[in-house]
Design a protein around this ligand. Structure first.
Ligand code: SF4
Length: 223
């Protein structure tokens, strides 16, 4: 079977690039041991993407197999990531079953696909793509109405123009009244100290995050 070809019993299966156990590198649980499920495929092509290996290929796995692999790590936290996880319809069922199994579940999503059908127990970590990403037109702003206090919006900042754009978006949508806001400097593009100084100068209600996993393990896969 070709890697991109769905199996017959496709509705309860997902195409998976990797399942692994590591420290969460971003978000409000940064530093916490977490099981990661990386789904294959993404309809976006951000200029800074560091998971291009998840665009194609992968392995079709049934939900029971995925849950069994995750259980083997005995995690408290489980993160479903990609690629863009919501590009696969069965992702919604996977998220629900992970919650039913008692894990604290988060979803990392690009913000380009609807999140309103995601189980409300799931912590949504949703990007708003900046102009520097090359995918700003894909932002689905109606998603902001589906976010709550436990959810997080992430901006990857590539340059000063991105910073100013993100600052305006936060103000326009009053995002800090809705959810947590994360700023990440784009690796190799935006100096982290400079970004920290901008945030302090403007008293922005955001959390600067540095990709902990990259500091610990570089760009190694499965970390
Ligand atoms: S949405 Fe994420 S996985 Fe998709 S291209 Fe952008 S950074 Fe890469």
């Amino acid at each position: 079977m070709q890697a991109d070809e769905a199996p017959r019993a496709g509705k309860d299966r997902l195409r998976i690039t990797e399942i692994f156990y590591s420290l969460q590198g971003e978000s409000l649980t940064a530093g916490c041991p977490t099981a990661f499920i990386r789904l294959t495929g993404c309809p976006l092509r951000c200029g800074y993407c560091d998971t291009g290996y998840a665009f194609h290929g992968g392995e079709w796995l049934g939900l029971a197999d995925i849950l069994a692999r995750v259980a083997g790590y005995q995690p408290r936290y489980v993160t479903v990531t990609g690629g863009e996880p919501l590009a696969q319809k069965s992702c919604l069922k996977l998220l629900r079953e992970l919650c039913d199994a008692g894990y604290t579940v988060s979803l990392e999503t690009s913000g380009a696909l609807a999140v309103d059908a995601v189980d409300p127990r799931v912590i949504k970590v949703m990007d708003l793509k900046t102009p520097g990403s090359g995918e700003v037109e894909r932002n689905r702003y109606e998603n902001l109405g589906a976010l709550g206090r436990n959810d997080q919006v992430k901006f990857v900042i590539c340059n000063r123009a991105d910073y100013q754009w993100a600052r305006d978006i936060i103000s326009h949508y009053q995002l800090d009244a809705t959810c947590e806001i994360l700023f990440s400097p784009s690796h190799g593009q935006q100096d982290a100290t400079e970004l920290a100084d901008w945030i302090l100068d403007d008293r922005l209600p955001v959390r600067l995050q540095l990709q902990l996993h990259k500091q610990l393990w570089g760009n190694a896969r499965g970390r």
